[in-house]
Write a protein of this length. Structure first.
Lengths: 246, 224, 224, 246
């Protein structure tokens, strides 16, 4: 199976208005920057960007463009706002979160990672003992009051848990260090983070790959994401970026 | 309110490091906790970083920085002999599943029950949202949870409080608290003062602490 | 009961192979389904084995057998270019999560609703236990579930039944059924006879099938 | 951290009467045969052997000894009985299952793998859409009538599910192809199977390792089981075994 697409247009085909798009990466590491740039160029709007831990803070130029172009309807993340209050206050993202123009939904990081895994593994819901005693227990945490759905709480084996549901994105955009034409992927160091689980979760997974290997060149015992989870592969150059404070 | 001069942040971190036993797996949060790693070099302690790394090395300076290698605070770090990488679900399986021996976090506030607040400053006015990150997962899964923080805010307001006024990260989870002025332990009856900064008296610590402190029979100066 | 001579098992497998489209991920169960792999060589079809392998190769003979490389039926198999290994939770994430395009399984019985029984033969008398293996997971997650089996038992008893008398593996999951005598499809109204063994008439198939068959307007001989 | 133990006695220390012991392997592949032999030699009784897919069928000599010595109180598995009825009927295991002398509890394989993962990941329970319409939906499937606990069923997002609970073994015995003194492990080919998830799940994980590597010799991006999940490492020789029909 050859999943290599010829260009970014084909890579993002079908990713249209209103799509929920998982974006790999953890702050600056492992963010699919070139796929994000293609998303900006495509000018597709109404997007829900389903993140794991601040990939947009780690790719600020892309974040700025997405916000300025009005492409984002909603962000799901565990750590998606600037750490510094003063810096955040100046940023268009935070202004739109404040005004409610962008919805911002936040989960504990491990819970969010399980929500993606549940979607990938066909598990509709799990009881997770995280967030008890916090606002997580009361409702989904979002800046939009009307969306604060109540949570279901239950004590199992002495541990009080929140019932958490699978989160299935329409698309996942992931970044891999190497991959072959059948979509088998390997990540490098801490750039792995959310990329694997998002690839599992989405209906359509698009992987940007720094090093395109021939089928069979990846060691069979050392593949991180088996190709069955990946639908499109686009080779990209390795680009340098700055790791700045989030 | 009066504000006392105490340990610098690096030395709070040193005190925390002495509370970590050899052969421990440890996760260090942002802020003072990160500084603890400076005091663990040569120790048989393995640092877990929730981004997906075991045996996280020291911060990478200049050319040693690798854009694919950062810690959970978005700082370039280094690899050491025996470092291992893994994906985020494995990482939080370690955290939530109780595989981390010691977790050290910062906090805005801690109360007598061992509740603490760290994830959101409501004064930022963000309509009820903030950065949770891995804080709640770490607190929920920690076998031992240490808080390392200044004893008061910059303005001298106590951070050891009767009731949290910031949104809680987790409840009844804090074991020990390390500040610039004292080392304290959360016990069923309240907060027990175990060590204090040389030259300060119990009343001094109490004056910058909201709940009534219990005092350890073997109260001593902070041991470094 | 009358018993008809039909396709040998290898040829049932051939017929199944023609129903599998290129660019499919396929899981093959024990028995006739395993034989389907013989007809997929050179095809752009990737076999998943629930033990934790993609691109499972053919059976390994003699010295080619590797004690660390078996399929889910405990047969030594071979690796091909691009084979990949993974752990069991990843494997069942593929299966339960709907990532497998076609699953082919054997069965003791199938009924009109698309329910089927495959995991336990109560006559073994094991107090209600048996070998489930991956059968229920596979049935639950399959996008298309094909059953490949003999049309009747060795004694001529129909395996296409009105009510299952064996414990069900899953309900309303079977899409198509490939037997030595016919190719059938489960449709909302019942079981549709689409192809039959050359020389047999509809009545012949009906005589060894419990539920009343629907007949496709374009009924034809089994296409090989 | 040096987790290498000096002998099998130390490897199994604390594994006492009544323990629940996860046994890695899938039929013949990846079974911790030498740890099983040590278990036999130790003569510890009252064991619950928590399996994944028939590792005891794949290690028949060890199974025979465990059954004959009366060490097994209960087996948990997805495929733990001989496929052939006639062969099964002759085997002491099946006779003891028939008589109720050994309890036999069976789950769908993927559900069982998740039960171990839940234990490892600190997730008390999940809703799993497998087994609906089968006996799984009605009760826990076991040969002991009194143990057939009712299941809790719920439809989530249109999928009917069974509530499944974490299964936490006291010990896990796993087999790895290579590993270092800190417990980082790599498996070979299909011998990986249940070994990783059982290592995550247990209170104490003991790994028999065919090739003991120096710390740092395993490629950091290619470790299958990070050492944090492994408590004891025992180097073992690579032994040949026959792959026979189960």
């Amino acid at each position: 199976m050859n999943k290599v697409v010829k260009d970014m247009r084909e890579a993002l085909s079908g990713l249209d208005y209103g799509a929920t798009v998982a974006v790999g990466g953890f702050f600056a590491a492992g963010v699919p920057r070139l796929l994000l740039r293609a998303l900006i160029e495509k000018e597709v709007k109404g997007l829900t960007l389903a993140c794991g831990s601040g990939p947009l803070l780690g790719a600020k130029d892309e974040l700025d463009a997405l916000v300025e172009n009005g492409q984002i309807r909603k962000i799901i993340d565990s750590y998606g706002l600037f750490r510094s209050a003063s810096r955040g206050a100046r940023h268009p993202l935070e202004q739109k979160v404040r005004s409610g123009e962008i919805e911002f939904e936040v989960y504990p990081m491990g819970t969010l990672s399980e929500k993606y895994r549940m979607a990938g593994a066909g598990i509709p819901a799990s009881y997770i003992p995280v967030g008890i005693g916090s606002m997580v227990e009361q409702s989904v945490i979002t800046n939009i009051e009307g969306k604060r759905k109540e949570r279901e709480i239950r004590t199992i084996d002495g541990r009080t848990c929140v019932l958490e549901y699978a989160l299935k994105p329409d698309f996942a955009l992931v970044h891999a260090y190497s991959g072959d034409s059948e979509g088998n992927l390997r990540y490098r160091k801490t750039a792995r983070n959310f990329n694997h689980v998002m690839a599992m979760a989405a209906r359509v997974t698009v992987a940007e790959v720094e090093n395109l290997a021939a089928s069979g060149d990846l060691e069979p015992d050392s593949v991180h994401t088996p190709g069955i989870f990946v639908h499109r592969v686009i080779p990209v150059p390795r680009i340098a970026f700055e790791i700045t404070n989030v | 309110m009066r504000k006392y001069e105490g340990l610098p942040r690096e030395i709070i971190a040193l005190r925390v490091s002495k509370e970590i036993e050899d052969n421990s797996y440890v996760n260090l949060g942002i802020g003072i906790p990160t500084l603890v790693s400076n005091w663990l070099e040569g120790r048989d302690v393995i640092l877990q970083s929730e981004i997906g790394m075991l045996k996280t090395g020291s911060l990478a300076e200049g050319d040693a920085a690798d854009q694919d290698l950062i810690n959970a605070s978005c700082q370039p770090v280094t690899e050491v002999e025996g470092s291992v990488y893994f994906d985020i679900c494995e990482s939080f399986a370690m955290i939530r599943g109780g595989h981390i021996d010691v977790t050290v976090m910062g906090a805005f506030q801690v109360n007598e029950a061992g509740d603490f607040a760290s994830w959101m400053n409501p004064s930022r006015g963000l309509n009820g949202v903030g950065n949770i990150g891995g804080s709640m997962d770490l607190a929920s899964g920690a076998r031992k949870l240490f808080i390392a923080m200044e004893h008061t805010t910059r303005e001298g307001t106590p951070k050891l409080v009767r009731e949290l006024t910031y949104p809680a990260t987790a409840r009844k989870k804090v074991h020990k608290i390390f500040t610039d002025l004292a080392v304290l332990e959360v016990v069923p009856e309240g907060i027990l003062l175990r060590e204090l900064y040389p030259g300060l008296r119990i009343e001094d610590i109490q004056s910058v602490t909201e709940p009534k402190l219990l005092v350890a029979p073997d109260l001593k100066e902070i041991e470094l």
